[in-house]
Design a protein around this ligand. Structure first.
Ligand code: C6P
Length: 417
């Protein structure tokens, strides 16, 4: 998904002012200043079509799914299963049986850890991750390590914030059973060469999970072209609701995995002696699901496709390059994460100013950035810093907002030096 100069030039332009009118929240002010929302990597804002789809569902269609012959239950089931087909098309999966609705990326990864890795792995087996993973792609594997006695290996990163590919490749062996890698780093913005990593892992017989939380809003993802075995992402980073996400899994693998939660909807028959399980994908969806979240997610996919993912990616790439140039001109700023292929994330520190203080000053100016370790503490340890400030961009971000960020940073520098 690396965005090349020629792809930026040839992508259709995004009418950002028109796009912004779809996001009512962007009109509000914060601390008496117009809101400058530069925290889309934490959670993107929702456009009117998503808000309206959820409202329409709640006011016209809501009932439980798969459970009633009455009209509303059937309409809710149609909306829910229709959304599954929408997701299948969005990521080009082979079948809707491969689309499992979960709460988000975190739950998707935990599902694979507990239902794929835990029953299969033991001492001598290895899981390989990288040094730039979000905690959601570290902790579930540590839990599996502690449960099974397998070994967890980590491919290191370099000072630009890239995975050292040679080291990654040399850590692969016939003992590697699972490889779990981010598609895009949330703390550094690095785009990983996942296709190459997946092919290499497969050559050693490993199964590959891709954490797509930060990639899905910035590029079109084709799970079959990537060849990954599992791909997890969250709706709320794709302009959809919170509490809903997707785990894609290859049907062949999902079919052999035991359910990971028991309850309603995931069963075919239950007696006190034994239970038989439902077929895919419902085997992995125990209990009443987040139906309105699913409806909102499908609307979000319609929305980003109506703008065009290429156009969004090119817009964000231009903005990232512009913001990088602007911040580099401010004395004392150090950009953390300088890989040549990055997406929509700009992490930085300011000499002599703790990122939390920086965040507070920016907030007083109406500028929302995330400060902290970004749920990637090993990345902070690697760079020997406690935290960074992180500006992140979405389809509605503008050069004027980058100017507000730069002005607020200059002000912070004056206050602290
Ligand atoms: N990163 C950020 O500010 P959930 O919370 O399940 O929707 O997503 C978890 C997750 C997993 N992987 C990556 C690469 C992520 O960026 C995230 C979420 C947010 O960077 C909140 S910590």
């Amino acid at each position: 998904m690396a965005v090349t100069a020629s792809r930026i030039a040839s992508a259709p332009a995004l009418d950002v002012e028109r796009v912004r009118r779809d996001f009512p929240i962007l009109e509000r002010s914060v601390n008496g200043r117009p809101l400058v929302y530069l925290d889309s990597a934490a959670s993107a804002q929702r456009p009117l079509p998503v808000l309206r789809a959820v409202e329409y569902y709640e006011t016209h269609t809501h009932a439980n799914v798969h459970r009633g012959v009455h009209a509303l239950s059937q309409a809710a089931t149609e909306a829910y299963e229709g959304a599954r087909e929408r997701v299948r098309r969005f990521i080009n999966a082979q079948s809707t049986r491969e689309i499992i609705f979960v709460r988000g990326t975190t739950e998707g990864i935990n599902l694979v850890a507990q239902a794929y890795a835990r029953p299969r792995l033991g001492p001598g087996d290895e899981i390989l991750i990288t040094g730039l993973e979000h905690h959601a792609n570290i902790v579930p594997w540590q839990m599996v390590r502690d449960q099974t006695g397998c070994t967890l290996k980590v491919a290191p990163i370099n000072r630009r914030g890239e995975v050292e590919l040679d080291r990654f490749l040399s850590l692969l062996s016939p003992r590697t059973r699972v490889v779990a890698i981010a598609h895009v780093s949330n703390a550094l913005g690095t785009i990983l060469p996942v296709k190459r990593m997946i092919d290499a892992a497969h050559a050693h017989g490993a199964v590959v999970l891709v954490d797509g939380a930060q990639a899905i809003p910035h590029s079109s993802v084709d799970v079959r072209a990537l060849g990954c075995d599992f791909y997890a992402f969250s709706g709320h980073k794709l302009y959809g609701p919170t509490g809903i996400g997707v785990l894609y899994g290859r049907e062949e693998l999902l079919a052999t995995m035991p359910p990971w939660q028991g309850g309603g909807d995931m069963i075919r028959t239950v007696s006190f002696e034994e239970t038989t399980y439902n077929e895919l994908p419902w085997k992995f969806e125990a209990g009443t699901p987040n139906i309105s979240g699913v409806v909102g997610l499908a609307a979000a996919m319609d929305y980003v496709e109506s703008l065009g993912l290429e156009a969004i990616a090119a817009h964000e790439q231009r903005l990232l390059e512009h913001a990088t140039r602007e911040l580099e001109r401010i004395p004392g700023i150090e950009i953390i994460g300088t890989a040549p292929h990055k997406a929509a994330v700009l992490s930085f520190t300011m000499q002599g100013v703790h990122p939390h203080d920086l965040g507070t000053i920016l907030d007083a100016e109406g500028v929302a950035v995330r400060t902290g370790h970004h749920c990637a503490m090993p990345v902070m340890t690697f760079f020997d810093i406690p935290a960074t400030a992180r500006a992140s961009f979405g389809c509605y971000s503008t050069e004027a907002e980058v100017a507000s960020l730069a002005a607020a940073l200059r002000k912070a520098r004056e206050v602290f030096t």
